[in-house]
Design a protein around this ligand. Structure first.
Ligand code: AMP
Length: 429
């Protein structure tokens, strides 16, 4: 038999780790709701053109990392798994005429994304993002609101030392002249450019700025900065974003080399890092303004901004920082055990009634001795063992409090109520 494994670059989230993600998703959902973002679900795959047009053909995500699905027949559409959620959400915004809704339309989603990346620590081919999008608001106030929302997410999940890097990458009014200047600068230094960067120079010159090649560090430090070349409107927008951030008490650092990987970004760009770990693999999350995207995907010109926060990396950092939340509340409240190993019907019936009453209960169905059943219930962290014995003839069972070590007789008709009361008392006590 072959031994099957999860595909390279993917991971199984076993229950302990899934519980960490559950907690992150719960906090994300509550937080997004508090800020007025409503949940949306788009397909995990789209027409490949949604990403090619939306993200740009000359981006790593589209050129190298897009998971394309092989067409089944010649006439079928070309599809790809979503590498990020924004393009699909904007496609939905256009398709469903959301421009007629009150603006901005504030949407949130959390789910898996797919990139055919070279797998390494914190870089997977399937990973999770918590995403928010505010479509139809030109900012700058909403830019700061969204950046602050991201910092609050990290604070609430318990990641410490998160730093926000912000930049403005201009717009179609000022970026072309800057790009020409930047290309001229690098052409003056072709001899010192590594081959991969040479290729990018002609195709997407801004990407050189966030090159992680150590050979580029010196060159990039001296490169012309977009923040010094913004047109008046972009400069005023950026100043205002910063003023709003300061007023909200969000500490941030301006990083002129922060350009983000995708074509659709305009003006505000931002990323979150754990301070001191600003490598490419280490960004906890990022986002930016995409004032051209709705139009690129066939809608009327509409501004927008959003972020995607990587949950896998948050889980990694939480584990490193020793956080991640407790697993309390995972185990059953009660395990129904019995003196007659063969009587699974009674045990299962009692557990079923408890569950119907809304309690976390399990029956021991293993047909083993009572002592072994009790031992297993204790190991599982159950609070109570409901012991079925001779009292059953009088409609009663023994209830043992496994934490307190006490035991008493309870009528079956009262069992669910008694357990619920004891559980509530224990939780609040
Ligand atoms: P990006 O759109 O590339 O800036 O991605 C946003 C966030 O998603 C990043 O800051 C990461 O936290 C996370 N992320 C992106 N790519 C991956 C990946 N291959 N594996 C795990 N997390 C990722």
């Amino acid at each position: 038999m072959p031994t099957f494994r999860a595909p390279r670059g993917t991971r199984d989230l076993l229950p302990d780790e899934r519980a960490v993600f559950d907690r992150l998703q719960r906090i994300a959902a509550h937080l997004a709701a508090r800020y007025g973002y409503r949940p949306i679900e788009t397909p995990l795959f789209e027409q490949a053109a949604v990403f090619e047009r939306g993200l740009g053909e000359v981006t790593d995500v589209v050129e190298k990392e897009l998971f394309r699905l092989a067409p089944r027949t010649e006439e079928s559409e070309a599809w790809a798994l979503r590498p990020e959620p924004t393009a699909g959400i904007v496609r939905a915004y256009v398709q469903h005429g959301m421009q007629t809704w009150p603006q901005p339309v504030k949407l949130t989603t959390t789910g898996p994304m797919f990139r055919y990346d070279r797998p390494q620590a914190g870089r997977y081919r399937q990973f999770w993002q918590f995403d928010v999008e505010a479509i139809g608001d030109p900012g700058p106030a909403v830019d700061a609101e969204i950046i602050e929302l991201g910092t609050r997410f990290y604070a609430e999940v318990g990641v410490t030392g998160v730093e926000v890097l912000v930049n403005s990458i201009g717009d179609p009014a000022c970026r072309p002249a800057y790009l020409a200047e930047l290309a001229g600068y690098y052409r003056g230094h072709v001899a010192s450019l590594p081959p991969t960067e040479l290729d990018r120079l002609e195709r997407n010159v801004m990407r050189l700025l966030d090159s992680k090649d150590p050979a580029m560090a010196e060159l990039n430090a001296a490169a012309p900065r977009i923040t010094d070349r913004l047109c008046e409107a972009c400069a005023a927008h950026f100043e205002s974003v910063k003023a709003h951030l300061s007023a909200l008490g969000v500490p941030f650092r301006v990083e002129p080399g922060l350009v983000r990987g995708l074509d659709y970004y305009t003006r505000t760009a931002f990323e979150y890092y754990v301070a001191g770990r600003e490598g490419q693999q280490q960004a906890l999350g990022g986002g930016g303004r995409y004032d051209g995207l709705v139009q690129l995907l066939g809608g009327k010109p509409t501004p927008g901004i959003g972020f995607g926060l990587g949950l896998d990396r948050v889980a990694l950092v939480l584990a490193e920082q020793g956080g991640g939340g407790s697993r309390a509340g995972d185990g059953p409240l009660a395990v129904v055990v019995g003196a007659d190993p063969e009587d699974t019907i009674t045990r299962l019936r009692i557990a079923t009634d408890l569950r119907a009453a809304g309690l976390r209960a399990r029956a021991d169905l293993a047909r083993r001795k009572l002592g072994r059943q009790l031992e297993a219930a204790g190991k599982e962290g159950a609070h109570f063992a409901v012991i079925v014995g001779d009292e059953l003839a009088q409609g009663q069972v023994q209830v043992r409090d496994l934490l307190a070590g006490t035991q008493r007789i309870v009528t079956l008709a009262d069992l669910a109520r008694e357990l619920a009361r004891a559980d509530a008392g224990h939780r609040h006590g």
